[in-house]
Design a protein around this ligand. Structure first.
Ligand code: NCD
Ligand code: ZN
Length: 346
């Protein structure tokens, strides 16, 4: 197969950042995706409808002319989020979901939730208003190994949540383990998961063999090969509750190549092309459209996009870096040759 046309896809999990970074992230994301769920972990976090509205306007100012792109805004859940805030957000129609970061789990999560019980009133309001909950599924306990934090989160937090709030739609974001795949398979239809390109492409050797590779460091951290295989199987299986979420999370090069490097991998420059390579390897190109453009829309209860994108099998080389604010970002697969290229939309 040398050419593919697909319904224009959506990215159900991205970090566009703010300020000058938007000049890079927004055109990259809008080139491929019709819509994107925009993470609210700015500093300070986006916790109110007014902040989300202002952030949307800053994003929209960077959409290239002639490109149709809709940022789907989210709120950052904190211990102090009130049911009133949730009700107003849902009623506005301008908030697509609410994001739960366990406090301290990842970049800009210090304002996150310190104990699930503290957000029960907000979660009850979300369940009632049918506003989806997006979770960063890792515990933060010092005594839990970083490679086990997702598995332990499932047992301690996620399973109980699905029991306590049976009608709450939950997206288990950027899953990284076979345990998470199994959980989604067994979970009620209210639970779905996103999968990133890096967790489909790499295992933890890419982070740690032959030296430490900070541009392969993200959270949840890359896992063993057996987990990568389970993720590839889930993504390419056609199961409707697994869908695309890049977790593209740019940090300036100097903040990654550091004694305490930031977590986050930038993939907005080539996400669809990277996923296409994975599906091709799995002999599942016929399922790429479901994963990229159909399953997420159905779960979010949004219309499927009506325009299309075209991918051609034409090798191209990923640049070594891109501008990001007044620095540079090293993208996923920097310098590598990718087989699929997004050429055009209609
Ligand atoms: C994200 C970021 O940098 O904002 N980092 C990451 O490693 N994925 C935060 C997140 O989604 O965990
Ligand atoms: Zn993220």
């Amino acid at each position: 197969m040398h050419e593919l046309t697909l319904t224009r896809p959506d990215d159900w999990h991205t970090h566009l950042r703010d300020g000058a970074a938007l000049a890079t992230t927004v055109p990259h994301t809008a080139r491929q995706f019709a819509r994107a769920i925009v993470m609210p972990n700015l500093a300070p976090p986006v916790t109110t409808l007014e902040q989300a509205d202002a952030y949307r306007e800053r994003i929209c100012a960077h959409i290239p002319g002639g490109t149709a792109f809709t940022p789907l805004m989210t709120l950052y859940l904190t211990d102090a989020t009130t049911p009133e805030t949730i009700i107003a957000a849902a009623a506005s129609g301008r908030i697509a979901a609410v994001k739960l970061y366990p406090a301290g789990a990842t970049t800009h999560s210090s304002a996150g939730v310190t104990a699930l019980e503290k957000v029960y009133p907000a979660l009850a309001a979300m369940e009632e208003a049918d506003l989806p909950l997006l979770v960063h599924g890792e515990v933060t306990d010092d005594d839990v190994d970083v490679f086990d934090r997702e598995k332990v989160f499932i047992e301690r937090c996620l399973e109980p949540l699905t029991v306590k709030f049976p009608a709450l739609r939950i997206v288990f974001e950027h899953i990284t383990t076979a345990d998470a795949v199994d959980f989604v398979h067994a979970a009620p239809r209210t639970v779905a998961a996103t999968i990133t390109p890096q967790h489909l492409l790499f295992n933890r050797n890419a982070l740690l063999v032959g030296g430490v590779h900070p541009h392969h460091y993200c959270l949840p951290v890359l896992k063993r090969e057996r987990h990568r295989r389970a993720l590839r199987e889930a993504a390419t299986s056609g199961h409707p509750r697994f869908f695309l979420g890049t977790d593209s999370a740019p940090h300036e090069r100097r903040r990654k190549e550091s004694a305490c490097g930031c977590a986050g991998i930038y993939s907005a420059h080539a996400a669809l092309e990277l996923y296409a390579g994975v599906f091709e390897e799995a002999g599942a190109l016929d399922r790429l459209e479901g994963f990229c453009a159909l399953h997420g829309a159905a779960f979010y209860r949004l219309p499927v996009n009506t325009n299309r994108v075209r991918l051609v099998r034409e090798p191209w080389q990923v640049p070594d870096s891109y501008e990001l604010g007044d620095g540079r970002v090293i993208p996923l697969c920097a310098g590598a040759t990718l087989n699929w290229r997004l050429v055009h939309e209609h």
